[in-house]
Structures are given as structure tokens and as C-alpha cells.
Design a protein around this ligand. Sequence first.
Ligand SMILES: Nc1ncnc2c1ncn2[C@@H]1O[C@H](COP(=O)(O)OP(=O)(O)OP(=O)(O)O)[C@@H](O)[C@H]1O
Ligand SMILES: [Mg+2]
Length: 264
Amino acid sequence: MSKKPPPKQFVKTPINGTKFTLLISSAKGGVGKSTIAVNLAFALQNLGLKIGILDADVYGPSLPKLINLKDKPKSEDGKSMVPVEKYDAQCMSMGFLVDEQTPMIWRGPMVISAIKTMTQKVLWKERDVIIIDMPPGTGDTQLTFAQEVKVDGAIIVSTPQDLALLDVKRGIQMFDKTGVKILGLIDNMSFFKGDDGKEYKIFGEGGVEKTAKEFNKEFLGHIPLNQDLRNSADIGDPLTHSQPDHEVSKVFKSIAEKIKISFL
Ligand SMILES: Nc1ncnc2c1ncn2[C@@H]1O[C@H](COP(=O)(O)OP(=O)(O)OP(=O)(O)O)[C@@H](O)[C@H]1O
Ligand SMILES: [Mg+2]
């Protein structure tokens, strides 16, 4: 009888210079991962943590735009890179490896190698947490982080729409299978508050809480669909940084307080 070969053992390499590595993910595209990654990052900074932000989306990097990064990382020895500093955060983006206008036609091995560069060759320094903004899907980037990087926790973002939740469930299962701890789920674009004070639930209601329950995960909070949040993204200064007392920043603060417990 032929024996099955043992499953491949992956070595999970930690990111030097940080105590905690946090992924912001969702298998679904366009649900607000990047928006939540940067705003949660600065909400954590407002609680006194030293933060790093890594934009891992090589096909559609957002960080340079979201925090108006103009500088490129420098390399003193031609091998390692010094992250760019902005608003007291250390920042790196896959966008630095490519021209903004160039369409990306990268194959898997190139993506994997870029992730290794970003996680092993960047001189992150004295960070309490590095927040990683993940691309959509359950492809090479997700698998590489799940199997080859020491990730301490992941947060899953979704809108309450069934269409988004179908993909999100796949994302949860992928992390569960690869042993990445899911800290919880965030419901984004939960409602729009009109001038009449009413909350309009444009993408439906309750789906993310229900999914959290179904998979035995924590539900972390509702982020409303909000124009100031969108504006701050376009200006390049996240709402939690520019207006920490804004009602939406307060929601990020409460989520930051919930997850901070995991770092300490
Ligand atoms: N709560 C919100 N209120 C208002 N606008 C939002 C909110 N969340 C996200 N957006 C806007 O929705 C769009 C998509 O958000 P974002 O780029 O953060 O999503 P994503 O999940 O990172 O997308 P991708 O899958 O392409 O990486 C952006 O224009 C962003 O400014
Ligand atoms: Mg994004």
C-alpha cells in the first residue's frame, strides 16, 4: 500500500522589528480593506502604539494615495530598505516596487518574492504592530502570508451584502485551515446616516454578525458609509489621524481598544 507523502511543513518567518503582525483581509474586493487598514492603524497609534503599515496589494496598491506618500524607500546597502515615515508611521507599499501607471502582469513567483522582500528585507524598527493591507481574493499573497510569514492575527472586513459574504466565508476557512488566528470581523458600509438622522441600510443588515457567529469569531463593529471617511482617503490624511474625535473615528477607536488586548 502506497503511503501519502507528509504535508509540506512551512517555516513561518517573523517580520523583524515588530511585536505583532496583523492582516486586514477579505476575500472580496472593494469592501473597504485599505480604508479600514489605515484608519485602524492610526486609531491604534492614538492609543499610544507604534505602528507600521504594509500595503501588500501589488496589483492595486492604495497606501501611497491613502496617506499621500511622495517619498520612496531608501536603501543604504543595496539589499535592505528603510521604510518611509509619514504621520509617525513607518510605511511600505508594493506600489514602491512598480510604476503607478504600469499595469501589473506579475506571476505568482514574482508576487511571492516581492512579499519576502517586504517582510524580510525592510528595516522595520521598534513597532508594536504592523498592519498589512491585503489584496482581494485567496490567491498567492494570502497563501504566502498564511504559510510563510509569522502572522499574529487577522481581521476580516465585509459589507453586509450576501454577495460579499460568500467570498468572505472562503477567506475565513483559508485562515482557519492555515492556522492564522482571526481576531474578528468588521462590518463596513453598514448604514448611511441621512440628514434626517435616519440610518439607511444600503447593503442589508446583520449578515456579518451572522457570519461571525456561524464561524465562532468575534464581531468587532459597524463602520458606517460616511462621506468624511471617503474624503479623507482622497485627501491622503486618514480620518482617525486628522479628526480623531469624529464619530466614525470613535468607532475605529472602540475596535482598536478591542484588538489591542491581543497585542499585550
Ligand atoms: N465606510 C466607508 N464610507 C465611505 N466610503 C468608503 C467606506 N469604506 C470604503 N469606502 C470607499 O470605497 C472604495 C473602496 O474602498 P477600499 O479601496 O478601501 O476597498 P478595498 O477592499 O481595499 O478594495 P480592493 O479590493 O480593491 O483592495 C474607496 O473609494 C473608499 O474610499
Ligand atoms: Mg485595497
